[in-house]
Design a protein around this ligand. Sequence first.
Ligand code: ATR
Length: 277
Amino acid sequence: MNYRFGLIGYPIKHSLSPWIHEQFFKRTDLDGTYSIFEIEKQISFAEEMKKLRKIKLDGFNVTVPYKVKIIDFLDEMDEQAKQIGAVNTVLCKNGKWIGYNTDGIGYMRSLLSYYPDLDKSNDKRILILGSGGAAKGIFYALIHNGYRNITIANRSMDKAKQLSSNVPSGVAISLQQAEQTVNHYDLIIQTTSVGMKPNENSSIIPLRSLKENAIVSDIVYQPIMTAFLKEADALHSNIHLGHTMLLYQAQYAFEIWTGKRPKMEELDQALQKILEG
Ligand code: ATR
């Protein structure tokens, strides 16, 4: 079978997804293509979706700014995507478009592949920084994996409260409170865009009082070593790099489309090299 996958979004000309899926095809001995369908904002999205239906893809990814907009064009949605309210992967099967969100599961797969011991420690105290789409996906995946001790900190407290209220044990705090209580947490997950190029010198909160042996994770991958991770590294804490989430969420998408889970060995270093130019 010759699979046909794609990506919709804007701007996506420099997307890493075609490269990642090319590696997956090689690693699974499957044949296929992964194409970019850039949809400019002023163009009718509905018209573009009609055209996309005609192309008869086997599946496609959805990125900014269409992760919510795509929902109106789907036939079905999986539970995670419903919970998050956003879709980044569509399976096209028997004429139906089925929406998924691979952010949370991709993040968990990535985190556990680097820190497998976390799997057995559901009592870990976790701090999520941010309350956007990515934070939601990660929050639900953590809950799904049995973690209960989760605090959410966000610039807009109302959004943190709204997200944390979905579980009885959820706690919402301000970024200032997060800064003051950094030493409480075993795992800190940075999900905002703070620190992303070209603002690579900014960091969401200082980590000065970080607990010994804490794991500090940042989903930003441009740059790979964000200011936030640099500070954690200088404090000798364990770090978890953002580009690995990108790889594992793509792995999960590939699996939804083909039923095959590509091996990931050395892909992180290869992607790191590309990102570092
Ligand atoms: P995504 O889907 O990638 O998570 P998003 O839904 O736009 O993106 O969410 C962005 C997150 O980054 C939010 O938590 C946002 O905080 P607010 O809810 O207060 O807007 C956070 N964020 C973005 N820029 C920020 C900044 N300069 N300082 C603090 N938080 C910021």
